[in-house]
Design a protein. Structure first.
Lengths: 291, 312, 388
């Protein structure tokens, strides 16, 4: 019984870590601009697919991965510059539609640049499962968990200790005040897209050896990442991570103990239940409404 | 409104074969959903990313009752609509306590749950491949064929628009607009925000459900393909594209976004890219939607002319 | 000043509208080509199917035209992307019939899309070659609807026969929530008893899921399971296979014809070793003995497809090839493109050798394949091999 539980837990953590990375991307952009970037899932796709084609053309992982991340970051920056910035001041719903249009555009572009097939990436350090307390975990899953942890720590250091990070944090608290103390809010917005895109790409590269990748993996992962970000409280970094892990574990536990057919339903029901009792998510800012 | 009636009456002159009628019927059905959704998004200022769920429930409800259990289609549709209204009422209350992105997520979750239940309970619903639906019957009269449906849907669209316009001008409509402006402010003057929000939610769900039931009978089958998150997004896009807080905007938005994919087939492989680019472009350059932006252009044009005349 | 500006833009606007209409209605042709209509899932969840199907149709329409066409006329392919959506498929089929006025339809990558279109083709009385899998398409037989792929029921039967020969009687089933998966699962549950198979575990996963270890763990802990059958396609089965080895299940694993392609081996990697599935001879074309009557057809298709598109063949492309060739054959036999004559000719096709197998159509059988059309294959050394 407990070996089963361990298996579900380990798998849930792996899947959850990926959701967490995507959710972080949502939160960072939301903090800087109050925009929900529905194209976040496509960054995940770009990371994976770019790595596939770079390695297929002969580059080793050590070169291909950073290049893929940079490529995704560039796409993120372009998205901000050409789609979001011109529309600043538009209503929330309009901005949502713009990012959705962007996600459709990127998927269409991906279809042409790459193809519609599924692609596999070789795992970073091999395929032999490691036994842990009666369950097994792939070496690649260890990479997923490890890298996610490193990233969370790095982001904590970035936002807490560096000037740029603190500027971004200040912007998320109060745009106007940040401008008044001389922070270049537009630059912050610009960079936040780049950073989120990079995070998404890393998630895509980490998970591709386990799940294969294709031009439309972004849709489901983006949706789950968004759900995780909301669950944890949109805009909260801690919330994004916890939300992602909770969502991942809820999914695997539901599949294992309840019904594998309904596991997504159960996950969403849990999210709805949390929102009913905590309308701003687990760690969301409990905002008062200014009259 | 008279303009819309004229367009509906004269359009058949431009429609040369059944394929064009088919598109017109689809536009009409989408427009009915959008008119309802516009009340929720444009006037009451809420958001729903799950309205395809209500459309789907209407479609499947009618399909299952009429085809599997042999109910008369009209009775099936009315029963389904009542059931959907009840569901929207029960679910609406807790969901509409949420705001902004949280509300978006909750409605999205609702839509996904509906989709998953429909897809999984294949004994009832036929699962992902769906089920066939009997044609629509009123008494002994069978309604089949694109042209008949064109007139039926056209008439119903006019009814829907009339209802929406009346609602907007009624005290309830004014209450909704007050809510949109400031929820706290509206409550201060005695408007029960929660009640009004739920009522609009239910009304928009009913519009969607009726359109869904009709769509099921018209197509002759239902599949979960129309109950997806992507279709919910399409509906919201139609409303926003056409112009929020504009009933005719909703109709225009439905018309453009339903016919656009047909026109874009010439782009073959580039179709998705072009569609995404069009979505982005129109939202960036016409952020208030097509109808309000064009209306403003005409107004500024007229004002400039008037000023010139005065000046000259 | 202003009025001429307005006049100019009005003229430009009218010109734009006129050009759009021209594009829309297409150029007038001197000698009327034979129009082959098609709606395929080129994008979306079933792109796995539609993409090779479209490529195949394009390739062979070109080749046939280069060789002189059919009945002295060129072929023209009118293809739309229905993206796996039954509603889009219905609208495009209507467009093909009413607007483009095609002579025959070869398409419908998925069962949902095909079934949505059936009432239309029956009413319009136009021959329709479906490329989808489920048995409901041709059972009960519909006058104008034919299909080229093997049915999912046949796949179940072929697998169960193989299991019987290996003395398996207790089996676990795992499938996705897509149309193909559900249909095949229902068929397998329906015919299992006939082959003495008892399905003692039945798990499902979401088509876009990234991990199936939970479901497989449940199967692993079910006592008495002797073999596992995964009825699915696209990325699900590849992940199932990898997870299968990861958690150490050593029982034989069967996949469905939904993943009959070299892509599957690439995606599942080393985990695919030992997996068996029923497939058309297309996959092992080169290793067929010279005496095999299918050899020349499949080898030639493989060569053409791979050299032109630089990617692996898939059996789904093969189904499109069969659909097109059968339609062309019927037109030649009927000596015209009259829809009723072509339909009758289709029903009369006997002994036609396609990529899927020998086709013997009849008034009661609009698919024409039997179980011999399926070969049982196994992955050995990273490649598909025939199970003797």
């Amino acid at each position: 019984m407990s070996a089963q539980f361990m298996q579900y837990l380990l798998t849930g953590l792996t899947v959850g870590a990926i959701y967490a990375l995507v959710a972080l991307g949502f939160s960072i952009i939301f903090n800087a601009s109050h925009v929900i970037n529905f194209a976040q899932g496509e960054f995940v796709m770009i990371g994976g697919m770019a790595t596939v084609s770079l390695t297929a053309s002969g580059l080793p992982y050590l070169l291909a991965i950073p290049l893929a991340i940079v490529a995704a970051a560039l796409v993120g920056l372009a998205l901000e510059k050409f789609a979001v910035e011109p529309a600043r001041g538009a209503s929330v719903v309009t901005l949502i539609i713009i990012t959705i249009g962007a996600s459709i555009f990127l998927r269409g572009l991906a279809m042409l640049v790459w193809d519609k097939n599924l692609h596999a990436l070789k795992p970073f350090t091999g395929d032999t499962p490691i036994a842990v307390a009666g369950a097994t975990i792939l070496p690649q899953s260890m990479w997923v968990l490890g890298v996610t942890l490193v990233i969370v720590l790095a982001l904590t250091w970035f936002f807490g200790r560096t000037l740029l990070g603190k500027a971004m944090l200040a912007t998320s608290h109060n745009h106007l005040a940040a401008q008044l103390v001389g922070i270049n809010v537009r630059l912050v917005l610009f960079l936040s897209f780049g950073l989120s895109a990079a995070l998404g790409a890393i998630a895509g590269i980490l998970i591709a050896p386990i799940t294969t990748t294709s031009y439309d993996v972004g849709v489901m992962l983006g949706l789950k990442g968004f759900a995780a970000a909301i669950l944890g409280g949109m805009g909260s970094g801690v919330g994004a991570v916890i939300g992602g892990l909770v969502l991942g574990i809820a999914e695997t536990m539901s599949a294992g103990y309840l019904s594998s057919a309904y596991k997504d339903v159960i996950a969403f029901v849990i999210i709805l239940a949390v929102l009913f009792f905590m309308p701003s998510g687990l760690f969301g800012k409990r905002g008062g409404e200014r009259v | 409104m008279a303009a819309l009636a004229t367009v509906i009456a004269l359009l058949p002159l431009a429609l040369s074969n059944n394929y064009f009628y088919d598109i017109a019927v689809l536009v009409g059905l989408n427009a009915i959903v959008c008119v309802g959704l516009n009340l929720l998004i444009g006037y009451a200022g809420q958001i729903s990313l799950g309205h395809a769920g209500f459309f789907g429930l209407g479609a499947y409800g009618s399909a299952i009752l009429a085809s599997r259990y042999g109910w008369p289609p009209l009775a099936a549709m009315l029963t389904t609509t009542l059931a959907v209204a009840a569901l929207a009422f029960v679910v609406g209350r807790p969901i509409l306590r949420l705001k902004g992105h949280y509300l978006a997520m909750a409605t999205l979750g609702l839509g996904v749950i509906i989709f998953m239940v429909i897809t999984t309970e294949d004994k009832f619903t036929g699962g992902p491949d769906g089920i066939a639906v009997v044609p629509f019957r009123i008494g002994g009269l069978v309604l089949q064929g694109e042209r008949i449906w064109y007139w039926l849907v056209g008439a119903l669209l006019l009814v829907a628009v009339w209802l929406a316009l009346n609602l907007i001008e009624s005290p309830m409509g004014r209450a909704l607009r007050a809510l949109h402006g400031s929820e706290v402010g509206a409550e201060v003057v005695g408007i029960n925000a929660a009640d009004h929000k739920v009522m609009v939610f239910v009304i928009s769900a009913v519009f969607a459900s009726v359109a869904g039931s009709l769509a099921a009978h018209y197509s002759g089958f239902v599949t979960p393909g129309k109950v997806t998150f992507l279709h919910s997004i399409e509906l919201v896009t139609m409303v926003v594209f056409g112009g929020m807080a504009s009933t005719f905007g909703a109709v225009v938005g439905a018309a453009v976004l339903t016919t656009l994919p047909q026109l874009l087939t010439v782009f073959k492989d580039y179709e998705m890219m072009v569609f995404g680019a069009v979505m982005m472009g129109t939202m960036i350059f016409l952020p208030r939607g097509v109808v309000p932006s064009l209306a403003r252009l005409f107004q500024t044009g007229r004002r400039r002319d008037a000023a010139k005349e005065d000046g000259a | 000043m202003k009025s001429t500006q307005a006049g100019n833009s009005l003229k430009r606007g009218l010109a734009a509208i006129a050009t759009t209409f021209a594009l829309y209605t297409g150029p007038a042709v001197a000698q009327e080509p034979i129009k082959i209509g098609s709606f395929l899932s080129v994008t979306g969840g079933a792109a796995f199917l539609g993409d090779p199907e479209q490529k195949t149709l394009e390739l062979y329409v070109e080749k046939i035209n280069a060789a002189g066409g059919v009945l002295g006329r060129k072929l023209q392919l009118v293809a739309y992307d229905s993206a796996g959506d039954a509603e889009k498929a219905r609208t495009f089929a209507k467009r093909l019939i009413e607007q483009d006025k095609v002579d025959v339809i070869v398409g419908g990558s998925t069962t949902g899309e095909t079934m949505a279109v059936v009432p239309l083709v029956e009413a319009a009385q136009i021959p329709f070659m479906s490329l989808a899998g489920a048995v409901v398409i041709i059972e009960p037989v519909k006058k104008w609807v034919f299909k080229t792929p093997h049915t999912d029921r046949m796949a179940c039967e072929k697998i169960f026969i193989d299991m019987q020969s290996r003395k398996f009687s207790k089996v676990a089933l795992i499938s996705g929530n897509g149309g193909f998966d559900k249909s095949m699962r229902a068929q397998c549950l329906g015919v299992a008893k006939k082959y003495g198979i008892d399905v003692i575990a039945d798990e499902t996963y979401g088509d876009k899921d990234t991990d199936m270890t939970a479901q497989l763990t449940k199967i692993k802990n079910t006592a008495g399971v002797q073999a596992v059958l995964n009825a699915g396609f696209a990325q699900g089965p590849a992940i199932v296979t990898k997870n299968y080895r990861q958690i150490g299940i050593t029982l034989p694993l069967y996949q469905s014809h939904g993943v009959a392609s070299k892509e599957f081996i690439k995606l599942a990697g080393a985990a695919a070793e030992g997996v068996r599935l029923p497939a058309a001879a297309l996959l092992i074309a080169e290793s067929l003995p010279a005496s095999d009557p299918q050899r020349s057809v499949v080898v030639s298709y493989n060569k053409e497809y791979e050299s032109r598109f630089k990617s692996e063949v898939s059996t789904f492309g093969g189904h499109a090839y069969d659909g097109l060739m059968l339609a062309v054959d019927a037109m030649k036999k009927a000596g015209s493109t009259d829809k009723a004559k072509v339909r009758d000719a289709l029903e009369g096709i006997r002994g036609y050798m396609g990529t899927a197998g020998v086709v013997n159509m009849s008034a009661s059988d609009h698919m024409g394949l039997d179980l011999s059309a399926f070969r049982m294959l196994e992955v050995k050394g990273g490649n598909w091999t025939l199970v003797k």
